[in-house]
Ligand binder design. Structure first.
Ligand code: PHB
Length: 395
């Protein structure tokens, strides 16, 4: 009997020791779920964002106020329905504290409600869908990348003021492509420009841009205004070059089309493109130079604007948790800390518009020129402190 009691006691001690260790363990971990593309047309964008976020976490030895950072990756595959399943898993099974993602606007629209209903703070490191910091804004959603309007609206005015009188619009047929073209169209027409035609190419499926290029060319427009990213940007720019489009009209558009991430594959075909972005590698600050150096030494290549967005997401997470002295369980407080944090990143000081939760930032208008080390972005103009209009959002 005595021996039986001793055994029971020992078992109880073991159970308690084990379970209390696991409680301490889970309390000491901060779970960050990513909803990013690790396969499909935007794979390199997802990898770039993840790499740079890991770099930011490395800089604090993967620990914030005693919490070990655990990264749980969710591959959206750039498909809204898949992304929604992954979001459910990260929120309900993995019980992540913070989500970072996505890249695509349509994916962002698909996961918006589950994020808000579950009160999981979401940091958007890319997707530009306007309504997420507009009609469908939420204090649980903070966007440190851009809104589709914010990047493209300045280009309409700028091109019209720089001799472009007519344009043909070309973009992938999904939320981001449509919103970017619409933003450009508003300001271009306001400034007296004329749109001579527009085409939307099947998203994730178009490999041959030939038929579109022929229609763009025969429109007689002064410029083609495009948005492409990932594999589509590489294919489009190379095919437009072989087709000789740049000989009859100016190639212009949302700057990702000739991102420093794609230029190594596009090579001389990218030369002459005029675009707009929220970051250019030539920003002359210590924060930017140090970031470029650290990224190059860890990943063996120069970072792009996608990397900057990933790095800034990591930094915002670190500073938000520090501002709460490490207490992360109150989701309202965590979301509030994220949206009110300010950091200085490679882009410069990062300010979140309290009315919309969208980043306020400079927009750089650039031309791709032949530099000492190949094609590079030469800044033609800087439009300072651009905000997203955020219509319908009252935070
Ligand atoms: C988007 O879908 O919002 C998107 C994707 C890739 C970009 C920019 C925006 O480069």
């Amino acid at each position: 009997m005595k021996i039986k009691n001793i055994i029971i006691k020992l078992c109880l001690i073991l159970v308690f020791t084990f379970s209390s260790t696991s409680i301490v363990y889970s309390k000491d971990v901060i779970k960050i779920g990513t909803l990013l593309p690790y396969s499909g047309v935007y794979t390199v964008l997802g990898e770039e964002i993840t790499n740079a976020m890991i770099l930011a976490f490395d800089e604090v030895n993967n620990s914030i106020n005693g919490h070990i950072i655990e990264l749980i990756k969710g591959d959206t595959e750039v498909k809204p329905n898949i992304a929604l399943q992954k979001a459910r898993k990260l929120i309900s099974s993995d019980k992540v504290d913070i989500l970072v993602g996505p890249v695509s606007s349509s994916v962002a629209l698909a996961i918006r409600d589950i994020v808000v209903q579950s009160k999981t703070p979401l940091i958007i490191p890319n997707a530009g869908a306007n309504v997420l910091t507009g009609k469908k804004c939420s204090k649980f959603i903070t966007r440190i990348s851009f809104s589709n309007y914010q990047i493209n609206a300045p280009m309409g005015t700028w091109l019209a003021e720089h001799g472009i009188k007519s344009a043909f619009l070309l973009a992938p047929d999904y939320a981001a492509g449509k919103e970017m073209m619409a933003a450009f169209k508003i300001t271009f027409e306001e400034a007296g420009g004329k749109i001579l035609g527009e085409e939307y190419t099947p998203f994730r499926k178009t490999k041959d841009f030939g038929p579109y290029l022929a229609r763009v060319k025969s429109s007689g427009a002064d410029a083609v205004y495009v948005f492409y990213a990932g594999g589509e940007a590489i294919n489009f720019i190379k095919q437009a070059y072989s087709f000789g489009l740049g000989e009859v009209m100016k190639l212009t558009g949302a700057g990702w089309t000739t991102s420093p991430l794609f230029i190594p594959a596009q090579k001389e075909a990218a030369i002459g493109f005029i675009g707009s972005l929220n970051y250019v590698p030539s920003i002359n600050t210590d924060a930017n130079k140090n970031f470029i150096k650290a990224y190059k030494s860890k990943f063996g290549r120069a970072p792009s604007e996608f990397a900057v967005q990933g790095y800034d997401s990591g930094k915002v997470i670190i500073e938000a948790i520090r501002s709460l002295s490490g207490s992360i369980k109150d989701k309202d407080k965590l979301a509030e800390a994220i949206r009110t944090i300010s950091i200085t990143g490679p882009r410069g000081p990062l300010t979140i518009d309290p009315k919309t939760n969208n980043v306020i930032q400079n927009i750089y208008i650039f031309e791709v020129v032949n530099g000492e080390q190949g094609p590079e972005l030469k800044v033609l103009d800087t439009i300072e402190a651009v905000k997203a209009p955020g219509e319908g959002c009252n935070l």
